[in-house]
Design a protein around this ligand. Structure first.
Ligand code: AMP
Length: 391
């Protein structure tokens, strides 16, 4: 359960509130390509403004190497936010130091300021406390609404919370409530669907979910490693040979709870236009690779999803970027959308597949954080959350 203080629990009237948001959005030639995360931060921003605070927003964006890089500037996001809110949004060309301090000092209640990318300081990812202290010096209160970054202990997520009263925003609260409810006290049957490229990324998640879920449906490249562990030649398919023993162990541990695809889509290459073929699970020809789950698997998984009361999904069922290998992923998306269950999509590729399929409004909760939601499914404590004040 969520036992941290939120913006509702503090008085922010006349205060400067530093809000860590997740504005790590795709930008192309200065234009925001997907504004989901910006919109998701609006309820917290608007609430703080309504309460008479001024709001200072900051976030990382992309992976700049070692210093400022205009390609990763937060300025386009600040401009976009201004348009979205229909009001001027100030911008400071650094997240600390004189540039930030001058603008922050002049803020009046109702003002919004966006700071430059936190990762323009390489110390950020080291959770450097000097940097965190400088961030904290800009404001009276810290709010963490960046669920997508909560699994990282960085200066702007964990460090800064040591120097200011620190509480959660509405998005953070909502994300954790949905995910922790699903894991700790799910309506049953509780079904987890796991896909994506590698099993090695999800070993901890599978182990934890085997103790919590009633069924785990496996898809994506990670299924190949299980098939290989069962002794099938996998042709040119993506297989992680170094974790075959672990895969065997998980199969034994999972028993009938851990379900694998029954048929697959194969092709000779992972590219648009390559001819695809459906075949039952078994030996894969030397010149072929598995790129998606097959129709019988989609139907079988669909039945399980239909009869579930809680479904959590993380990771695509195939190489959904290639149009002929996207049916498995979109089939699961459709089954989730049609289900009466509490349906939760855990960020990343599965979230973008749901958005692409136009079914987003039929899902109970789509997480804004891929890595963070995976760590929650693994049962880990997120450092960005642990640092907030208890209720
Ligand atoms: P992840 O980042 O682990 O969630 O993996 C997502 C990626 O897995 C996507 O880019 C998919 O194209 C890829 N993927 C899914 N299924 C397969 C597969 N059968 N073979 C290779 N890659 C896959």
């Amino acid at each position: 359960m969520f036992n941290k203080k939120s913006v509702r629990d503090i008085d922010v009237k006349g205060k400067k509130v530093l809000v860590r948001v997740d504005f790590n959005v795709p930008i192309k030639e200065g234009v925001v390509q997907d504004d989901t995360r910006v919109r998701a931060a609006l309820p917290t921003i608007q609430y703080l403004l309504d309460q008479g605070a001024s709001v200072i927003l900051f976030s990382h964006l992309g992976r700049p190497k070692g210093g400022p890089d205009p390609k990763y500037s937060m300025k386009p996001v600040a401009d976009y936010l201004g348009k979205l809110m229909g009001k001027p949004v100030k911008f400071a060309e650094d997240c600390v130091g004189e540039a930030a301090e001058t603008v922050a000092a002049g803020l009046q209640p109702g003002d919004v300021l966006v700071l430059e990318n936190t990762r323009f300081h390489p110390e950020e990812e080291k959770n450097d406390l000097d940097l965190a202290k400088k961030m904290a010096a800009l404001a009276d209160v810290f709010v963490n609404d960046a669920f997508g970054s909560a699994h990282r202990a960085h200066s702007s997520t964990e460090g800064v919370a040591r120097f200011l009263p620190a509480v959660a925003g509405f998005l953070m609260e909502k994300e954790i409530q949905y995910l922790s409810q699903a894991i700790e006290d799910p309506k049953r049957p509780f079904v987890a669907i796991l896909g994506g490229a590698k099993v090695s990324d999800k070993i901890g998640v599978i182990k934890n979910l085997l103790t919590k879920a009633d069924a785990i449906l496996i898809g994506g490249g990670m299924a190949n490693t299980f098939f290989k562990a069962q002794g099938y030649p996998m042709g040119k398919s993506l297989v992680e040979s170094e974790v075959l023993d672990l895969a065997k162990e998980l199969l034994a541990l999972g028993g009938t709870k851990l379900r694998l695809p029954v048929d697959v889509v194969v092709a000779s290459a992972m590219e648009e236009g390559a001819e695809t073929k459906v075949m039952p699970v078994g030996p894969i020809p030397d010149d072929m690779m598995i790129l998606d789950v097959g129709p019988d698997t989609v139907a079988a998984y669909g039945k399980v999803i239909h009869s579930a009361a809680t479904v959590v999904w993380n990771g695509p069922m195939g190489v959904f970027e290639v149009s002929t290998c996207a049916k498995g992923t979109f089939g699961v998306a459709e089954a989730m959308a049609a289900s009466q269950a509490v349906t939760i999509v855990g960020g990343g590729d599965s979230a973008s597949a749901i958005q692409k399929s136009g079914l987003a409004d039929k899902i109970t909760h789509i997480s804004t954080g891929g890595g963070a939601s995976l760590e929650m499914l693994e049962g880990l404590v997120l450092p960005g959350v642990a640092a907030l004040q208890d209720k």
